[in-house]
Design a protein around this ligand. Structure first.
Ligand SMILES: C[S@@+](CC[C@H](N)C(=O)[O-])C[C@H]1O[C@@H](n2cnc3c(N)ncnc32)[C@H](O)[C@@H]1O
Length: 334
């Protein structure tokens, strides 16, 4: 076989395999990169520190070392590479807790064929209920989910500070704001801004610790509820970060109606989420589009598609502001 054909075989089988992502997840959970922060260590020492089996851990680290994550400096002695630094908990762009691969997601993807055949969520098909109902009954997975969101939020905060003038706002409600990580970051940067965190009751339970750590508790209200029923009224801005793309159009219409009803005539709505882009460039948004299909029957949407949904809810899409991560879409009452 020619070398190039063999390369193709390796490339395609790497793409199709779930073993490397599972290994990365386990090594992150064991906090191996944190244990290597101060320099190389023997696998036996790492195994003792983490409660892993030394031989099994060695095999796992070698698979990741072959992909540029960790380097085996001497036999059975590993150090961090630049990419492995991202698995440290204290890295500013840490991915340690941000890697998805929740077991409920994996189970949904085992039946992704259902989504591709029907354009509906395989999650509901497999688990017999929607993502958020399932999460509300599984507190450990729910906390893990919130941690994955926090990982992405660190990057999104940096990207949106640079791209958007948040200082114009006096108050902002983060609708579906999770455990408050994004709002805490905004309020600690803009000291005169007041906030309201709104999410499902079991999710906002985790917020006081995060707001407190950021020193913004006094300027932030916390409200539990459903955005299909009502959201707090009268804020200058209504942010929804990575919300609408999780839902099909009929649910998006319902959320937009509720939020529009809470807005003043001079409020603005801000979405931050992947949008559908033309072409086949390799972009994270394209992959998340499929994640949203499998987990909620949702989809990344084009500017025209969003504009039409806004229009039905009495809103006008004003502009799409690009950022280094996902764009910020601004809409106002019309
Ligand atoms: C993909 S997460 C995004 C979280 C956060 N905005 C972020 O970007 O990190 C979607 C959020 O919507 C919340 N959510 C789902 N259904 C909701 C509902 N009916 N009312 C309020 N929040 C809801 C979830 O609890 C979750 O925090």
């Amino acid at each position: 076989m020619e070398t190039s054909l063999l390369d193709d075989v390796h490339y395609v089988s790497d793409l199709g395999d779930f073993i490397v992502p599972a290994t990365l997840r386990v090594v992150s959970d064991l906090r191996i990169a944190d244990h290597l922060r101060d320099g190389p260590r023997k696998v036996t020492e790492l195994a003792e520190l983490t409660g892993a089996h030394p031989r099994a851990l060695l095999r796992a680290l070698r698979v990741l070392a072959a992909r540029g994550i960790f380097r085996e400096t001497d036999p059975e002695n590993f150090e961090l590479t630049r990419r492995a630094q991202l698995l440290r908990g204290d890295h500013p762009f840490s991915l340690r807790d941000g890697l998805t691969l929740l077991s409920c997601d994996v189970e949904a993807f085992a039946r992704f064929d259902h989504s591709v055949r029907t354009n509906e969520a395989s999650f509901d098909h497999v688990h017999g209920e929607g993502y958020w109902e399932w999460m509300s009954r599984h507190p450990d997975e729910s906390a893990r989910f919130d941690a994955t969101q926090q990982g992405a939020t660190r990057l999104e905060l940096r990207a949106s500070f640079a791209a958007y003038d948040w200082s114009e706002l006096g108050s902002i409600a983060d609708i579906g704001g999770g455990n408050g990580a994004f709002l805490a970051g905004l309020l600690s940067r803009y000291r005169s801004l007041k906030g309201c965190l709104f999410d499902l009751p079991h999710v906002v339970e985790g917020a006081p610790r995060i707001l407190d750590k950021a020193g913004v508790t006094e300027r932030c209200e916390i409200r539990g509820g459903s955005f299909f029923e009502a959201v707090p009224a009268g804020y200058d801005a209504y942010l929804m970060k990575r919300i609408l793309y999780s839902w099909p159009d009929d649910k998006v219409r319902a959320v937009l109606r509720t939020v529009r009803a809470a807005m003043r005539e001079d409020s603005r709505m801000l979405l931050i989420e992947p949008m559908e882009t033309p072409g086949n460039a390799r972009e994270p948004g394209k992959v998340y589009d499929l994640l949203m299909l499998a987990l909620g029957g949702g989809s990344a949407r084009s500017e025209d598609h969003l504009a039409a949904l806004f229009d039905e809810a009495g809103l006008r899409l004003e502009r799409v502001v690009p950022t280094l991560m996902y764009p910020i879409v601004e809409a106002r009452p019309r």
